[in-house]
Design a binder for this molecule. Sequence first.
Ligand code: FES
Length: 973
Amino acid sequence: MIMQSSKVRITISVNGNQRIFSVRQDESLLETLRNASYFSVKSGCDDGTCGVCTVLLNGKPVRSCKIKAVDVDGAEISTLEGLSQNNTLHPIQEAFMQTGAIQCGYCTPAQTLSAKALLDQNAKPTEDEIRQALNGVLCRCTGYVRGVDAVQRAAAMLRGESVKPYTHVELTLPKDISQIKLPEAYYRYDRSRNPLPPLVFTPVEMGETSVVGKPEVKVDAKKLAQGRPVFTDDFRLDGMLYGALLTSPHAHARIQRIDATKARALPGVHAVLTYQDIPRIKYASGGQSYPQPLPYDQVCLDDKVRHVGDRVAIVAAKTAEIAQTASKLIEVDYEILPVVIDPERAMRDGAPMIHDETDTEGIYDGKHNIVHHIEAEAGDVDKAFIEADHIFEGEYRTPKQQHVHLEPHVCITYLDEDDRLVIRTSTQVPFHIRRMVAPLINMPVKKIRVVKPRIGGGFGNKQEMILEDLCAHLTLATGRPVRMEYTRTQEFTSSRSRHANIIRYKVGVKGEEVTAASLYLIGDTGAYGSHALTVNMVGGFKGLTLYNPPNIRFLSDVVYTNTPPAGAFRGYGAMQCQFGIEVLMEEIAEKLGLNVVQFKRNNWLKVGEPMHLSKQLGEGREGTEQTLLTSGMAQCVDIGLQATDFEKKRQEYRVQNGRYRKGIGIAIVMHGSGIADLDMAAATLKMNDDGSFNLLIGATDLGTGSDTILAQIAAEVLGIPLDDVIVYSSDTDFTPFDKGAYASSTTYISGGAVQKAALMIKELILKHAARMLGISETSNLKLAKRQVNATDGRSVTLAEIALSSLHQQNQHQIMATASHTSPLSPPPTAAQFAEIMVDTETGSISVERLLMVVDCGRVINPLTAAGQVEGGMAQALGFTLTEEMLFEPDGQPVNPNLMKYHVPRAAEMPALDVIFVQTDEPSGPFGAKSVAEISIDGVAPAVASAIHDATSVWMRELPYTPKRVMSALHRSE
Ligand code: FES
């Protein structure tokens, strides 16, 4: 080791190459490797808990963020870059691709290296050994099922065994569900059983397809498997500065004095901006269609702070360390104000007024911190309650949950050679960001370009403008490229979260029929109301439409508190409200002595029925009248009952009285597919000389596989294999508009646009082929297998058509752009089953199996769709058992890091099984609905149902921590 002023020279062998690095004494190995462009090594937390920075140190997995570079002088380090030689993938990488183990791909390098270390030592690991090996690396997308599968396949390949192509299991759906026989493994879930591939039931009448419905490998899988530099932060610009955000240490305070003199004087600092330096322009941070719902209750930097973690000042400096040091030199005097963190208290007379500024319009009742009051009603609810045989009421509570996407919010801004501002950012909504940033930085939209690279997960949190405006301000102040990234703590304190809800239902029952229902919903939106209106509207609509009685009432107060703002999060109000109604429906069945499944079956929303509140409860505006066109709910329930042997287990579990008690639970759920009459997507297809196509889409693949399924839709229409479609998404300069990835809209709305564009292209191809063949009618031509065939036996290939159209006859570019909206938002439906064990002495709940049987219309890609369902169930498991953002009475966060906030790991996961029951939704592309969000909706009520089955106790407040379970058990005694 050689000392060089404050730096130290070290030599490390990286992937077999001797490298000399000049490092600081305190520099982490992670920093050294990323500075040296080993971009497969990721950063995801501040304390070594997430594991995405894992590399191999002398063959052993270590967290590179916890190791100082100076301490590994002379060691051998392996990163993912070293695994695939000459672009030939290692079997582990191959297996991760084939099994669908890669979603966003942010954790993939660390998981792959962890698997490599395991397989180097153990050629035939058990499932538990694999889970232990992967346990150090958090994955928030997948549920770990396919990762386990991938390692098993890779192990077999490395042992020289032949391995069959990975695929789903296809079965025909008979009219009589009792005739169904599942493969034997789906009837059990013991730990020795390997993860099962998804099962797909197809009705006999459903048309055949050749690319749609196939388990195609994701189009971005290879580059993600190799850890290539595809994320926002894997990009460096000359002269780039590092931004830092100074946040509030107080939950409610006014800034009396702010002085940045010392910070500005620090060598290496290029800009420090406070509220005194930025025009006060009001906005809402939620990325939604124009015009965004009021209120616009934020400004980029304010003279008041409303939660711990609120924005105070920003710094741009030569290095990240200097920026951090400078932010600490900013002197701020605060006038501390009273704090309220409880939404019910916040509504009382005399509560601290969180938004007392005079320039925010659209707050319903600022004195009581009520940002929105929502009312909607159908039928005659009061009369129906009077006439009901029984009235039941229940109050349910759900927690504030953090998204914990492994890639933090990160953004790089710079001015290009034409002085246009480029924003390279990890966002779900590039087009909304462009429109929203423009007024805040006083730049026209035409001078701004937003580029979305690969995204390391979002789940709704990147449907918000979190860093883009701040980063842009710093670039405009300095004229230099600027990079800003949240720390993991800032993700908890300064990004968004799920709304915590208090859910009060009242249900009237006549005979066995639900005749009336009302819901009063209190939504805690935290300090700002970016998605306050829409999340709670969706909650009311989905919570009341699941059973859709003719007399129905929704009331909601959405309330400010001095906690970090809530925003969009997968499930978006529906999962909270469906939790409440599902538990109450089972409570009612128990009290009336009814079979719960039959009671639900009698009352759930059926095909042909109008959804009573669909017009009143659009998303932030009036919606459309909607009727349910397709539903596989009955089949989903019946198949799940059979796969779990539900009724038999319910009988058996009634007679338990030991310490450990088993339980089985069921919940039904439904969601939506996009926002009716509001969401719009466009797609462009362009033919190349060789008969391949560029698909340009503004749709935003945040790891879900949407690039792949959209390409499958295009390929199906055009009669070509998937790899003839080259997908590019999303760049506001080069791709057509898309509202972005949210509201379960991509397959349905963006897929609709792709299907339309492909049909237009098909028509152009047939016309040109007819000209080439001297045929007048295109109806005599068929497009399939990369060529156009005439009925007389002649044919021309797509490559010949492309060359002819570009260079020879009637020269023109074969291309088309199509836009799509829908007056409908067809609900996918599903049945969720949970099998659990309760330890009645500790209150701990062990979830042993989660099975979801899902009708999402036509399954465009069984692998990516199953990945969505598994990942949704995993996130829902955290919501159900462990995840809750907690605050002290003064608003200080209790658990703003991954050590204290517990996200499920690989070794903690139950068996996760997925069965699809396809329906043919007439309004969707090839019959598709959505799958991304319904997957998260059912676990909590199914576990509640199972806990009651095991213990006879109803648990009405999430999450089900051992403490809550014990106190519920004691209360019941
Ligand atoms: Fe694991 Fe996204 S695929 S975090």
